[in-house]
Design a protein around this ligand. Structure first.
Ligand code: PRT
Ligand code: ZN
Length: 285
């Protein structure tokens, strides 16, 4: 029986969240110190611990079948793989930044200027598309210090909160790309491996849906039920149960996280009381 090989980052910003996702999919893995490969004991999958930069190549050549990494690294490496699903974690952006005191109008600012980055492929394509020729210096770490030590006049680096740029006297002037963790797959997988991947995807989707949803329970007078139901999308239709107190019901449904506060306001206006909101662990359609 074939087993699916999943490459994840060994240690770094993606590793804990990648492991958490695997665990939330009910996949148990034997953890060993400093091991390169960890087999699952209850799912036909083996975890490969790698540097994130190596994951696209390993998945392209089939050493690993699938992998989890940031879209920024995926795009930079230009490997021939399929992007299967966005995973919604490790969100960040790749941005251009310049010293705070400089005046910025548009990307022509970078014409003929030295820009330090670990993402030369993405950056040169971005600037080329805008007709700007910059002098791109590839450096592998601590990009943000380059202007301060006179190595470059600008940087193109990953930004999350912006505090690294700020504390190095830089300001973000353009977003080159948005990024998040994605699951990638080899382009020529056997039918047997594809079937294991489909099973895994089914679980990942259930976990992702649950992350974005909340279970809501509320009480309401019977004559308000129609108004309240209008405000509740639910999976199919909400559950309505009679309460011991005559003329009152309990309504149960599912809310999308992003619409949450807006819906809560609508529900209260419609007459809902005693609203309880609870997290959902998995959601299977
Ligand atoms: O050793 P290995 O090669 O596996 O890891 P790595 O050092 O190359 O990568 P790692 O672990 O730092 O990041 C892995 C991935 O996490 C990146 O490729 C991004 O997709 C994603 N990610 C999310 C980030 C950040 N947020 C992030 N903030 N990657 C890096 N940063 C760094 C950034 O380089 C800068 O130094 O954090 C700093 C900026 O953060 P703020 O919050 O100060 O703006
Ligand atoms: Zn890396």
């Amino acid at each position: 029986m074939d087993r699916l090989k999943l490459a994840i980052q060994k240690s770094g910003r993606l590793s804990d969240k990648s492991k958490k996702l695997v665990s939330e999919c009910g996949i148990k893995v034997k953890e060993g110190k400093n091991k390169l490969i960890a087999p699952s004991t209850n799912f036909p999958l083996d975890l490969f611990y790698l540097r994130d930069d190596d994951i696209p190549k390993y998945v392209e050549d089939g050493t690993a079948d699938i992998g989890i990494l940031g879209e920024n690294v995926l795009l930079e490496k230009q490997s021939e793989v399929n992007t299967v699903i966005q995973l919604g974690f490790s969100k960040c952006r790749l941005s251009l930044a310049i010293p705070k005191a400089e005046t910025y109008t548009d990307s022509s600012y970078f014409q003929g200027k030295k820009v330090a980055t670990s993402y030369p492929v993405i950056l040169s394509k971005y600037l080329n598309d805008k007709g700007v020729q910059a002098d791109i210096h590839e450096i592998s770490g601590s990009v943000e210090i380059a202007p301060g030590i006179g190595l470059a006049e600008g940087v193109c680096d990953i930004v999350s909160s912006g505090s690294t740029l700020f504390s190095n006297g830089l300001k973000e002037v353009e977003i080159v790309m948005q990024s998040q963790a994605v699951l990638i797959a080899n382009k020529k997988m056997s039918a047997e491996k594809q079937a294991i991947l489909d099973k895994l995807l089914f679980r990942i989707e259930a976990v992702r849906r649950a992350e974005n949803s909340k279970y809501i329970l509320l009480n309401a007078p019977e004559n308000k039920v129609d108004d309240i139901i209008k405000a509740l999308p639910g999976m199919r239709s909400p559950t309505v149960l009679p309460l011991a107190q005559k003329g009152w019901v309990s309504i149960h449904s599912v809310l999308i996280e992003s619409e949450f506060w807006e819906k809560i306001d609508q529900l209260r206006t419609a007459g809902a009381e005693g609203i309880l909101v609870v997290p959902i662990e998995k959601m299977i359609y």
